[in-house]
Design a protein around this ligand. Structure first.
Ligand code: CA
Length: 382
């Protein structure tokens, strides 16, 4: 592993100007710019006990929601500590490759990553539960499980095995089912299909005879255009529009069974994190919770308009998976979960806690959000 100082030496740091420019375009940089102006007015601040932090990420620089959300978190930690905790952010490929982010932080070479913990399912299948899992929890359900029903404790046990700790630091909400070049009318249509889908959802696809492929976001478009993959899922309308998948695939399916609410994680090197003061730990954890809320709000605000543009301006055909396909997904998920539980005691415990949360927390979601939205929109003709 490259030592931190060595790898930083001579390496071009990410351009803050570029970030501010991009962030201003998305309307998120007002607070950050204001704090910069204040610093200019009063001259360079003398900061005692400065803590230098490297944050690597699995996202392309400035990518809407994922990249900008991570960059905003890095900025916010600095602002909340009056510049004492200084986070240098590295997008995918700027310090390490996207999928090397976990090892980078577990080794202590960097202190933090921002990513999706299901990218690490090959290290331990239980990681799949802590981003999103097939037939799993939505955003409010996942947060209820994590904060109040044992999820965080199990996540901590899992990351303890690797010397890291993860906190929720964003969410994309319910994801779309994906982009296809052909209609998906039965489970047989997945046979031989090469589709980008990471995590346990990808394994479900494998049970239907498909070939799941895990690719970081920055590599999906080129593989779809070249035909190296036949289909892909990514996130939802706002993010998928930015990826321009509509240039290579026409049919856009919903709802995705694989990621009903994908939590983004800020992973920290645990021995580094626990060496911080309690208040510094709280600054980081509180910034992560803020990032979670603000990221989800941005997705919810922007997905609807993006979907309308895809359909009306790009000729995308919106399709819904039928019951037969969904039932096949459910059978595939059952088989995948059986394998996950057999992996280890921790995987079995995580699964049991997840099932309990899905039943208990999900019973309330089913009686509250779902019927209310359905009835509101029906009665008002929305
Ligand atoms: Ca996805």
């Amino acid at each position: 592993m490259i030592k931190e100082k060595k790898s930083l030496k001579g390496k071009k740091l990410p351009s803050r100007r570029k970030f501010f420019k991009a962030a201003a375009a998305t309307g998120v940089a007002a607070v950050a710019l204001a704090s910069c102006d204040q610093q200019k007015a009063s001259g360079p601040a003398v900061v005692k006990d400065r803590i230098e932090v490297s944050m690597v990420a699995t996202w392309p620089r400035d990518f809407p929601g994922l990249g900008t959300g991570a960059q905003r978190l890095a900025e916010r930690i600095g602002e909340m500590s009056d510049g004492r905790i200084q986070v240098t952010y590295y997008a995918a490929g700027e310090r390490v490759k996207a999928f090397d982010s976990f090892d980078e932080v577990a080794s202590g070479n960097s202190q933090m990553y921002h990513g999706a913990d299901y990218y690490w399912v090959k290290k331990h299948p239980a990681f799949g539960y802590f981003t999103a899992s097939p037939f799993g929890l939505t955003y409010p359900e996942f947060n209820a499980w994590t904060h109040f029903a044992g999820g965080q404790e199990l996540w901590d046990k899992l990351t303890d095995e690797f010397g890291t700790q993860s906190f929720i630091a964003g969410n994309t909400g319910v994801q779309m089912g994906g982009w296809f070049n052909k209609k998906i009318e039965s489970a047989n249509d997945f046979k031989g299909l090469k589709m980008r889908m990471p995590g346990l959802g990808g394994q479900v696809l494998g049970k239907l005879g498909g070939s799941p492929i895990s690719l970081p976001g920055g590599q999906i478009y080129e593989n779809l255009v070249s035909g190296a993959i036949d289909a892909t899922e990514w996130v939802g309308p706002w993010n998928d529009e930015a990826m321009k998948f509509h240039e290579a695939a026409k049919y856009y399916y919903y709802p995705g069974m694989h990621e009903p609410g994908s939590a983004l994680a800020c992973g920290v090197n645990k021995s580094w994190f626990t060496s911080l003061s309690k208040s510094d730990q709280l600054i980081i954890k509180t910034a992560c919770a803020w990032a979670d809320e603000i990221t989800m709000a941005e997705y919810n605000a922007k997905n609807g308009a993006a979907l309308a543009r895809l359909i009306n301006d790009q000729g995308v055909q919106l399709e819904k998976f039928n019951d037969e396909v969904y039932d096949a997904f459910a059978q595939g998920a059952k088989e995948v979960y059986a394998e996950v539980q057999a992996h280890s005691d921790l995987a079995a415990k995580t699964h049991a806690s997840f099932i309990k949360a899905r039943k208990e927390i999900g019973s309330w979601t089913n009686l509250s959000d779902s019927p209310y939205i359905s009835q509101r929109n029906r009665a008002l003709g929305i």
